[in-house]
Design a protein around this ligand. Sequence first.
Ligand SMILES: [Zn+2]
Ligand SMILES: [Zn+2]
Length: 265
Amino acid sequence: MIDYHVHTPLCNHATGTIHQYIGRAIKAGLCEICFLEHLTLNKNGRALSMSPAQLPLYYHAVQRLSLQYRDRIRVRAGLEVDFSPGYSEQVAAIIEPFAFDLIAGSVHFIENTNIVSSRAIKNNNMNIDRICDQYLSLLEKLVKSRIFDVICHIDVPKKFGAALPERFYENIDALMERIGYNEMAVEVNTSGFDHPASEQYPAKLLLDACRRYKIPVTLGSDAHAPEEVGRHFDRAIALLESSGIHSVSGFRRRVRHDIKLEHQY
Ligand SMILES: [Zn+2]
Ligand SMILES: [Zn+2]
């Protein structure tokens, strides 16, 4: 199996060394791991991201480790880019000199509020309806930007367990056709099992929509500590199978390929 969403200490909110993440993946029997370190240009999120100046260090470190471990596991280099309208050209220019395997897009910030932090939501009096509406409008722009190969944790506003307005899932479902048309993949992110949401991102009905629109999926733990690599994958794989999805996607130099779920776990 593969884990396509793993962080490193460069983002300032993850623990352990890159070696420890890879070691854990090998121990868990994974055949491939993709680092997806945060890159946030918007000033509100910079403290939770590596800086653009650290990008060469990150990229070359992962390339070096990829060679060092090549007999035991495939190591890929990617980015989890925070989507903010107005920064698209800058993002494209920053990543252009590097041969990343995967560029993923996330929405973490709405009106300068970090919506994956319960404290920030509370301090800024953001109610869930407002979060969902703003989130959807940013998600739509993210999809239309055509910068990204994968969308991370697509229904992340559910993170803290609030019931989401019905239109939220209807609107994402309506966006699915566009996601498929733009040849993007959707991430199945297992960190949600450890959040108050108590389930993977995305919800089962969106996995069913991925199947309906033939949208490929990746699988990632969103590990911010080595022991989180590959977390809850048995549950995620069972869900994928139950939605009629029998493969996950790997990427090499941003070209997607299918990895069959049979023979895994
Ligand atoms: Zn993070
Ligand atoms: Zn994220």
